[in-house]
Design a binder for this molecule. Structure first.
Ligand code: DGJ
Length: 717
């Protein structure tokens, strides 16, 4: 709901549990008033503070407090909007033009605040969207050049978010690298500015475009947390600032430092959405609200149950051929797999990382009769068929590169740096994007492909576009827009097609790519021990419904560690279960144990994929890590507990559950033991874990129907 007080100019955005208030101030600039617990319009008006005279000639407008700080006047904080007009003038001065409120669809309300520069022909519109069923507020900005000369956007953030004053602040975010993504960090932000960014042209393994801020004392279950996540899959920058005035906030958007986006006469630029959330209930409630929002408003097919998949990559590497794949497919089907995915190595001369990328015709060596016989066999076995592709890349040793050496990102007189022996195709070019769409849509149609694993295995470098004026400035955003467009066109052509986002593991996981794909591959590191921490970081914002997780062989290919099959399954069961081991080497015992665990997953996956997550014990704590997924109606819950390498003497503590129906009792589906919810939540369940390393368990609790006498007594009370 959005309301307005004309006398004071206050706008109040109301979500089910929170409020966001702003107003256009006396100078015409859009200013922040409140973001936090619910307020009435009258209460929000009380927060208007008359402008105080500057304490000294060295002070300016406070860095925190504007809805989109510009680099004009006496603003010395990090600008969200920085423009350079044709005559070289760089500052922007706000002149309000008006506003629009409308309901694009039932349950959503949008506010657009329109401004122009006082002198120059640039329109700036701030957009806000609220939902009836979520506390997440979506914001974005549209910039339009209404003049007849180019304007350069040196920085065009989607939004700036301001926190209320607090004695202290703490920043939560993730860092990482390939095979070690989403490592969670919590620390006090520096006074001054903390920049989180990707300059790689892709979301990146190294940071992810979300932040959470709290006043320093929030826990998993308690405390106020302000967070935001950017829906963008290219380079990005988020600047958290903390001033001597005790205020903190952050601004974020597409693009990294040093790039400028030209806006031609008549052209507009719509920033990606930057969604923000205030939650009272700690990091757990914050994550649950993001998960619910992602399911309700981001994913294209949120309601469906993701199938158990098999992926051949770790089993075969580049040794992909029809008979080998058929042998794996037969075993996968017997294990209970529902979607069989052939990974890299099925096309062109792709027998290693060195050649063939870009030549998307089936390898005659591996598949003399084409992919048809394998696809038919997979379908006959009752599984869907999936295929790996990497449309944005080319090996220099490929027919495509020999034909189109100008299609790659490059800068004259500069080395074309190869990473993994590949170069990046310039997806910003219309002909390249159309070429990719063309072969992809033909491939999907011709082979009845149900699922694509869309990979992207290197960062951009020498990001130039020499035959296009200002090409190097445009390509950072145009690349991502064309990537999105190709995926959108494919989905429109093939409504049953499902897509996994992968970028050498978790290099491209964000709300932008998730709005047009069905799941993501969080990491190439499939070691279940490491995966516990990777999944913990992933779960801070992104739901388990999107988190692909495979069981692979030991010793693990990345870490050399061996952990039991049961532990590997239990860790992977916390997401969308997959299997990625060489099934032709699994013993009968392993295949039988695997089949039983796949079966068990199928009985509880509705809880994992559509329930609510409680992180009961985190990987940072002494002792086992535990997560719980609970049905929306609290009729069932799944508890997964993983004990990595316990410290000798660590106390054996019960795990306290959460979110159960307090009046109910729950039966353990495998032991039959019945527990009172109050006991489970207040005193906890002592997990039945053998001592030692790599013990794990999955406990499925089902609510015991209340005896009818109790129901009628309850109703009468
Ligand atoms: C990187 C992916 O993350 C892996 O799973 C695999 O698909 C390889 N690329 C194939 O080249």
């Amino acid at each position: 709901m959005i309301s307005f007080a004309p006398d004071t100019g206050v706008w109040l955005l109301s979500t089910p549990r929170t409020s966001y208030a702003l107003r256009v101030d006396e100078t015409g600039a859009p200013c922040h008033l409140a973001w936090g617990p619910r307020l009435t319009l009258e209460e929000a008006e009380e927060l208007i503070v008359p402008p105080a005279p500057a304490a000294s000639s060295f002070e300016g407008r406070p860095a925190a407090g504007e809805e989109l700080p510009v680099d004009g006047g006496t603003r010395y904080g990090p600008p969200s909007l920085q423009v350079r007009f044709a005559d070289g003038t760089r500052a922007f001065e706000w002149q309000p033009l008006g506003h629009r409120v409308h309901e694009p669809v039932p349950g959503q309300t949008e506010l657009a605040l329109e401004f122009r520069d006082r002198h120059y022909p640039l329109l700036t519109t701030l957009h806000y969207r609220v939902h009836d069923d979520s506390d997440v507020i979506e914001r974005w900005t549209v910039l339009r050049n209404t003049g007849d000369e180019s304007v350069h956007l040196l920085r065009a953030d989607s939004a700036a978010w301001t926190l209320p004053p607090r004695d202290d602040y703490r920043l939560s975010h993730v860092t990482g690298q390939w095979a070690s993504e989403t490592q969670l960090h919590r620390h006090r932000p520096a006074f001054g500015e903390t920049v989180l960014t990707s300059r790689r042209g892709v979301t990146s393994h190294h940071a992810n475009p979300w932040v959470m801020l709290d006043a320093g004392a929030a826990t998993e279950d308690h405390g106020q947390v302000w967070s935001a996540a950017l829906a963008w899959s290219g380079s990005w920058r988020v600047t958290v600032h903390r001033g001597p005035d005790g205020r903190a906030g952050f601004t974020g958007g597409a693009g990294h430092d040093g790039t400028a986006l030209p806006l031609a006469p008549g052209e507009d630029f719509t920033t990606p959405t930057y969604a923000g959330l205030y939650a009272d209930g700690g990091f757990g409630a914050t994550s649950r609200a993001w998960h619910a929002y992602t399911l309700a408003h981001v994913l294209p097919h949120p309601g469906e149950v993701r199938p158990v998949l098999y992926n051949s990559w770790e089993a075969t590497g580049f040794e992909v051929d029809e008979s080998g794949q058929k042998a794996l497919a037969a075993r996968a089907a017997a294990l209970g797999v529902e979607l069989y995915v052939v990974d890299d190595g099925w096309f062109g001369a792709r027998r290693s990382e060195r050649a063939g990328l870009g030549d998307w015709t089936v390898s005659p060596e591996g598949f003399p009769d084409g992919l048809g016989p394998l696809v038919r066999e997979v379908h006959r076995l009752g599984m869907r068929f999936g295929l790996w592709v990497e449309p944005e890349m080319v090996n220099p040793d490929s027919d495509l590169y020999r034909r189109h050496p100008d299609w790659v990102l490059h800068i004259p007189h500069r080395t074309r740096t190869e990473l993994r022996h590949q170069l990046v195709l310039n997806f910003a070019r219309r002909d390249v994007a159309d070429w990719a769409y063309g072969w992809l849509t033909r491939l999907v149609a011709e082979h009845a492909i149900d699922f694509l694993k869309w990979d992207m295995n290197r960062a951009l470098s020498e990001a130039g576009w020499p035959d296009r004026a200002e090409g190097a400035d445009r390509l950072w955003t145009a690349y991502v827009h064309h990537l999105y467009e190709v995926i959108d066109r494919l989905r429109a052509d093939h409504p049953a097609l499902r897509i996994e986002s992968c970028s050498g593991g978790g290099g491209r996981v964000d709300l932008g790519i998730l709005s047009r794909t069905d799941q993501a591959w969080p990491s190439d590191n499939t070691d279940a021990a490491d995966r516990v921490s990777i999944q913990h970081g992933y779960s801070q914002i992104y739901p388990a419904r999107t988190m692909a997780a495979w069981v692979t062989d030991v010793p693990n290919q990345h870490t050399g560690r061996s952990v039991p099959l049961r532990f590997r399954f239990h860790v992977a069961m916390a997401g969308v279960l997959g299997v990625g081991g060489d099934l032709t080497r699994w013993s009968d015992g392993e295949l039988a144990e695997g089949a039983a665990l796949v079966d068990q997953y199928k009985t509880v996956r509705h809880l994992v994929q559509h329930g609510t997550l409680h992180r009961l014990r985190t990987p940072a704590e002494d002792g086992p890590t535990a997560v719980q997924y609970t049905a929306a109606d609290r009729s069932e819950a799944l508890l997964l507990i993983w004990q990595r390498t316990p410290r000798h003497g660590a106390p054996r503590l019960p795990v306290r559950l959460a979110g159960l129906d307090p009046a109910a009792r729950y039966r353990d589906a495998s032991t039959g033991a019945v527990h009172h919810a109050t006991v489970l939540t207040a005193y906890g369940l002592l997990p039945d874990l053998p001592p030692g390393d790599w013990a794990s368990t999955a406990v499925h609790l089902v609510r015991v129907p209340a005896p009818s006498s109790l129901v009628s007594r309850g109703a009468a009370d």
